[in-house]
Design a protein around this ligand. Structure first.
Ligand SMILES: [Zn+2]
Length: 266
């Protein structure tokens, strides 16, 4: 439990509150998250059919920020019509939509999806650049290819490398391009030695926190649905890995989240 006077707020920069596992009790999850000091979150879309609902949710709850995009797992179900539709929404709702996401490349999927994944990723990166929006990046076995494409497109709007895991060197490559590293429940697993070391070594300005709820349950909660309230435990583990006082860690992570999403206040 937090100590008396231990006042801070947390930002869950990646939470799929719109997916059925959480949507069924959305208000309750948000209430519990707030009790755990989560004061704001980002809901990244995974497919086109989610976009309108997210725009509606954002109107009701200003502390829920939204990103619209097509996740690589759903890439094969989309055509280029979706890119034109996204372009229109980014124009019409340029303030409500804080980022393009969740986009990226997942090379752990079947090889037959690679071509469409790549085409949609590049098209969405181009849109983000045109609309001057940061991106929320999904990666699996694809960090070098993501880096190469960001450089090829001279992508300067930054964003968040979601669910970061990897070495200090891998991390710095993205930080150097203006990205923050999204740190989630992975660090609660002792076996995630490389990622835990990276959290210890890089400047505090490199990181934001996330749950990726309902996915990515923390150590000790395997098999359960993850929720945004669990961010408090990610934060506790994060603090154990850092030399700075908790208040400083919290304040810096909060500011990092605002910076990555270009929010002046939240
Ligand atoms: Zn996600």
């Amino acid at each position: 439990m937090p100590l008396n006077g231990d006042v801070f707020k947390l930002f869950d920069t990646h939470c799929h509150l719109d997916l059925p596992e959480l949507a069924a009790a959305q208000a309750l999850h948000w209430q519990q998250a707030q009790q755990a000091r989560v004061a704001a979150l980002v809901i990244p879309a995974v497919q086109q059919s989610a976009w309108q609902n997210l725009l509606d949710l954002q109107k009701q709850q200003p502390n829920w920020h939204i990103a619209l995009g097509i996740h690589p797992w759903w890439a094969a179900e989309h055509s280029f019509d979706a890119i034109a539709a996204l372009d229109k929404l980014l124009t019409a709702h340029s303030i409500a939509i804080v980022a393009v996401g969740e986009i990226g490349l997942d090379f752990a999927l079947d090889e037959t999806t690679f071509a469409i994944q790549q085409q949609l990723f590049i098209a969405q990166l181009v849109l983000a650049k045109q609309h001057n929006k940061p991106v929320i990046l999904h990666h699996r076995k694809s960090q070098p290819q993501l880096l190469a494409e960001l450089k090829r497109q001279q992508f300067g709007s930054g964003g968040i490398l979601h669910a970061f895991s990897g070495s200090q060197q891998q991390a710095m490559a993205f930080v150097d391009l203006g990205f923050k590293l999204g740190i989630g429940g992975t660090i609660t697993y002792e076996r995630a030695e490389k990622t835990r070391k990276t959290v210890q070594k890089l400047p505090l300005e490199s990181f934001v926190l996330e749950t990726d709820a309902p996915a990515m349950p923390l150590a000790g909660f395997q098999g359960e649905i993850n929720t945004p309230a669990q961010l408090a435990l990610v934060f506790d583990t994060f603090c154990q890995l850092r030399p700075e006082p908790r208040e400083q860690v919290a304040a810096t992570l909060w500011q990092n989240s605002l910076n990555a999403l270009r929010l002046s206040a939240a």
